[in-house]
Design a protein around this ligand. Sequence first.
Ligand SMILES: [Zn+2]
Ligand SMILES: [Zn+2]
Length: 394
Amino acid sequence: MGTRTRNGSHPNKRKRKHEKQPSFTEFPKRPRTCNKPVGGNDVGQQRMNEKRETRIDKNEINVSAKRSRTGYYACEIDFLDLLPDDLVLLILCKLSASADSLSDIVNARLVCKRFNELGQHSWVLAKASIKSLSLKPKVWSDSAHCFFKMCAEAGNLEACYILGMIYFYCLNNRRSGAAYMAKAAMGSHASALYSLAIIQFNGSGGSKADKDLRAGVTLCARAAYLGHVDALRELGHCLQDGYGIRPQVNEGRRLLCKANELEIAYFLTHHRHVEFVQKVLNGNCQVTRQFVFSPEPHPANQFLVEWFASRERNGEAREKEGVRSCSHVNCGRVETRRHEFRRCSVCGKATYCSRGCQAIDWKKVHRHECVPTGAGAPLVGGAVQMGGLAGVAV
Ligand SMILES: [Zn+2]
Ligand SMILES: [Zn+2]
């Protein structure tokens, strides 16, 4: 027992530790959680610092020695520890809001234990960018699910909307999905308002009797007021056809033209505007009829598209159950019951969750492949017939 030191370690072992860390003898130590300056005449403080030296693990020794050799620091003080929590939170909020992917946030949390704890603060989660919430279905897991729930509970509207769509369409949890989308809609999230409008128009999650056209038009109008292009187009068609609202043909046409203008403005300000202008100048393109604008799909729609595509690759085809998906490639919504979606009245093959999806798919794809069905091929009962949009101002 006499050969042991006061802290219980063997003297030879302690000596070996000191031999491995020559750099620590050159610099004064400071307490990790105290702002007092290190050194001075306080003998007790110096003894505490000596004890801390023996507790520093091997990795920290190497890092500190490397820094001292390269001359980055005159001593091994960790300046991050000196920053107040509020300032670190502010930095993490900025990083979260500008993250290009979820890995940016995860990597920041892996820096140290303090970053990991502060990275789970509601301020940081509420600011998570839409790019950081753009997950692929193949990386969907319990931890990703937990992250989305934490973001949604922190008040992140994008997380509320994406999680609501995943619950409603992918996980068949209609009640929770609608609740999350409603939470986003109450925060004036335009896409959530539009998605709830589609649910009301189709009576999704319920029976055909659960359709509420007036509620759908009201939600659509609110989303259109916030500048949602698909909602504008849907509302324009509702006004033209008198669907859920008193018909106002001129106002409907005005909204359809407004939707086209917004789409063009989006296209010109985001990408490929040089190619577009060249086509117009060369006379190869008429702005509103021949040139097809395809805005980026929302991450929620992208998730649905890839989710159901992967399920079909795995042999879980929905057509066997009689449930079909929206034919617009960037939509991803699927029927929650048989014959829920409207179908092209010309061919009867393409199905659409909304008039907006039909209008844009007609411009992009379907007008090139729509073939009239034979006279003896009636549409299946229950489905809503809809024109091929030949006369619609699109
Ligand atoms: Zn659709
Ligand atoms: Zn068709």
